[in-house]
Design a protein around this ligand. Structure first.
Ligand SMILES: Cc1cc2nc3c(=O)[nH]c(=O)nc-3n(C[C@H](O)[C@H](O)[C@H](O)COP(=O)(O)OP(=O)(O)OC[C@H]3O[C@@H](n4cnc5c(N)ncnc54)[C@H](O)[C@@H]3O)c2cc1C
Ligand code: SF4
Length: 510
């Protein structure tokens, strides 16, 4: 009997395991959902990227001889989800057997469970080939006990053999070279040229459609640079490994004015949508080490992000949803400041991180973690609004990876179920790791006064506010002690300065 093979928007991979079941007579079904594309804070480039990748992938499958039924957002019900659209397409064709690769999204899993229980279709869920690990093996492990990323990562290194020698020991004698990679910024390196490709007619059409149907979305489609096919994404991977990876470790924690990418790979959007296989990216980096093209510190640091953090985040998401999405452990209730969608703030580091985001639908990890999320945590911004912003503005954002990163790692709104401490800092750290403070109107060394960097007083105000909780965190206890040793006048100055900053924030004057 003919079956329907559903391909979801982030499953555009020729190695999608549901496609392995394709036989003559089967139909591949794909659908766009306006509702899912038009999230709050959605960025035009993200919308264009998803549409461009999906439509191009449908063309590829058709060329391979697999018939594809593709519903674009103009034909579909505007307030239906992808699953609802696919259900309609399947019913219309009187198919009852449905195959699809297990989605990562918690809400899609809920929808599918309801649908499966209603008995209309017979579902077969195939293994998610966009993960290196096997969920069937790993999920029970995560469900049974809580452990940190490093434990998981070492398990994955042993399991995959990545950067392991023949005696089963980590290459270079240790699993983690993070310390060697955290380097203060001495001098900004030259910018790396990045690849971009001629726009296909399909892409030109998509860009026009996005401008016409989603004019209210953030950013613009100008200078759209994303690859839309696996071949193009692979060329970007090769370019990164050959020319940029060698400096990844050295600069991965730096923020450099005027250089939105520094030495980062820009590959997350491609991995997450299926154009690149996470294992092939790790293997390409590993090969660079064995060919003496990049140091162990840099290659291990890069592989850890994908083999460790990316996979770890997925399992934490799976185990902690649905509560994770609405968690607000620190009781933060301020609205997201308007400058998160304009970039108009005097704080140079924030202005750059947000402007880069609005221009490219991308910013690198340190901008996300130590600038936009750090500020949001210190300024007590409502985590749900911050989550919606991250999910909308970044081309690589899908809820399974964005939610644990934002709510857990970025904001500590889960109370430490993902990160072992809040990633907060004053200007001292930012001044060391970036060159933004050199041209900022605020003084990174000052704690109080109109020109004092807001990160300083907000940082100590955060420690003071949450000291009862943070004193029990082994990585924060010493900082709490430092705060408690401040003279009462200094503590009062911090409180007064924080109050003044919140007033300026509310008035749009920061
Ligand atoms: C608040 C916040 C929100 C984030 N939201 C997302 C998101 O929506 N989607 C997303 O893919 N990443 C997210 N990240 C993680 C990380 O910032 C991005 O993966 C990275 O910036 C993507 O750029 P890149 O490809 O140049 O990465 P590189 O710095 O070159 O890193 C290589 C690869 O490692 C993986 N990676 C690195 N760090 C992480 C991480 N913490 N979690 C998962 N994968 C990681 C990505 O696949 C990335 O392509 C978020 C981080 C924070 C702090
Ligand atoms: S002084 Fe403060 S606000 Fe300005 S760039 Fe430095 S850390 Fe950012």
């Amino acid at each position: 009997m003919a079956k329907a093979i559903w391909i979801l928007n982030d499953q555009c991979s020729v190695t999608n395991s549901s496609l392995a079941a394709w036989q003559d007579g089967d139909l591949v079904l794909m659908a766009e959902s306006k509702k899912e594309l038009d999230l709050p804070f959605a960025h035009q480039k993200k919308t264009a990227f998803i549409l461009g990748v999906n439509r191009t992938f449908a063309q590829t499958l058709t060329r391979e001889g697999k018939p594809v039924v593709y519903l674009d957002f103009r034909q579909s019900q505007p307030d239906w989800t992808q699953i609802e659209q696919l259900t309609r397409l399947t019913l219309d064709r009187q198919l009852t057997e449905v195959w699809l690769m297990r989605p990562k999204s918690w809400s899609q899993r809920q929808e599918l469970e309801l649908l499966a229980n209603s008995g209309g279709f017979q579902f077969t869920f195939t293994r998610d080939t966009n993960l290196i690990s096997d969920e069937a093996v790993m999920q029970p492990w995560f469900a049974a006990k809580s452990f940190r990323m490093e434990t998981f990562y070492q398990k994955m290194r042993r399991q995959t053999g990545l950067l392991m020698d023949i005696s089963g020991q980590p290459v270079g004698g240790q699993f983690n070279f993070d310390k060697a990679n955290q380097q203060a910024l001495k001098q900004a390196p030259a910018k790396h040229p990045r690849l971009s490709f001629k726009k296909s007619p399909l892409l030109l059409e998509v860009l026009q459609e996005v401008q016409r149907y989603f004019p209210h979305q953030l950013g613009s489609c100008d200078s759209f640079y994303f690859s839309l096919t696996s071949e193009q994404a692979r060329r970007e991977l090769d370019h990164f490994v050959a020319h940029i990876l060698p400096t990844f470790g050295q600069y991965q924690d730096n923020l450099i004015l005027g250089d939105p990418y520094v030495s980062h790979s820009l590959l997350s959007a491609y991995i997450n949508v299926g154009l690149l296989d996470p294992m092939e990216v790790c293997q390409a980096a590993e090969l660079a080490y064995f060919r003496n093209q990049a140091s162990i510190e840099t290659v291990e640091g890069f592989i850890r992000q994908i083999l460790g953090w990316r996979e770890y985040m997925f399992y934490k998401y799976l185990t902690l949803m649905p509560g994770l999405e609405s968690a607000n452990h620190l009781h933060a209730h301020r609205p997201l400041p308007a400058f998160y969608w304009t970039g108009q703030t005097h704080m140079r580091c924030l202005a750059q991180a947000i402007t880069d985001t609005l221009e490219h639908a991308y910013s690198h990890h340190i901008q996300r973690l130590m600038i936009t999320a750090n500020f949001a945590t210190l300024a007590q911004i409502n985590p749900h609004q911050v989550h919606q912003w991250y999910l909308g503005v970044y081309a690589d954002a899908w809820d399974w990876v964005e939610i644990p990163n934002t709510i857990g790692m970025g904001l500590f709104a889960d109370g430490g179920k993902i990160a072992s401490k809040p990633y907060v800092s004053s200007a001292a750290y930012l001044r060391k790791m970036s060159n933004a403070c050199r041209t900022c109107p605020y003084d990174p060394k000052a704690l109080a006064g109109a020109n004092a960097c807001p990160f300083n007083a907000l940082y100590w105000h955060f420690i003071a506010t949450h000291q009862a909780t943070l004193q029990h965190n082994t990585r924060m206890a010493m900082i709490v002690q430092s705060y408690r040793k401040f003279a009462p006048e200094k503590q009062a100055a911090i409180a007064g300065q924080a109050k003044a900053i919140f007033a300026r924030l509310d008035a749009g004057q920061l």
